[in-house]
Design a protein around this ligand. Sequence first.
Ligand SMILES: Nc1ncnc2c1ncn2[C@@H]1O[C@H](COP(=O)(O)OP(=O)(O)OP(=O)(O)O)[C@@H](O)[C@H]1O
Ligand SMILES: [Mg+2]
Length: 256
Amino acid sequence: MSMPVPRTLQATRYVTPLREGGSLPAIVEAEDLGMYVLKFRGAGQGPLALVAEWIAGEIGRAVGLPVPEIVLMEIDAALGRNEPDQEIHDLLRASIGLNLAIDYLPGSLMFDPAVPGQVPADVASLAVWFDAFVTNVDRTPRNPNLLCWHKRLYFIDHGAALYWHHDWQDLEQKARSRFAAIKHHVLLPWATDIREAGEAARAKLRRDVLEGIVGAVPEGWLGAATREGYVDYFLRRLEAADGFTEEALSARAQLV
Ligand SMILES: Nc1ncnc2c1ncn2[C@@H]1O[C@H](COP(=O)(O)OP(=O)(O)OP(=O)(O)O)[C@@H](O)[C@H]1O
Ligand SMILES: [Mg+2]
């Protein structure tokens, strides 16, 4: 498997803020004329939100979930110079340098579990296992962070995953977390094959794959965190996968 090396692009135009996003992400145009959703390093959530976005997003891709391409994006002092909004202005200034951006899916719609329709069981099952693995609480019916685009579901917004990386105490215990929050997962009703999906995903998350993903995080975003720390945690969590898999299975049994 080839290692995910993110492309690095220069942002050329601030198009519009995405007001619904808590961290005030924006649509920007880049030098390749593509449009991207930019997550700012200078946002209140801090650079670890970008680290989570990259690492969890690429783990999702590695196990086979559709995740829009993630790139690194350079912004300079000229970007948004004429933005009248002070909050945006400050955010741009605080984010000069490297940021993270996600391929913008034009015309996509947020998944709505209340609209009748089927979600493929393999996608839902893999998603439930993946979100438990990366401890992602942001896949609920109120905030699914799932885009429907060209009749396919795309997984976005992993900035709140890996919440343990804000405090590296007791990691051994945290790696064994059963992640009870999985009961709120928006795709749980369709996830009929969580165990099988998890076994297939586990086989793909080899040490070298994890090292490749973690190795691509820009040095300046890590703070006190270390790459070895992430890889070590993920290997421990894989060993403890039976616990969170059983938790997800029993949450689903309660539901249906
Ligand atoms: N790649 C994309 N293509 C199209 N629209 C997107 C994309 N990424 C995000 N969006 C839109 O922008 C909104 C905000 O993005 P996202 O959820 O990633 O940001 P956030 O600040 O982490 O949001 P929140 O914390 O409010 O969930 C999404 O709900 C979605 O409507
Ligand atoms: Mg979101």
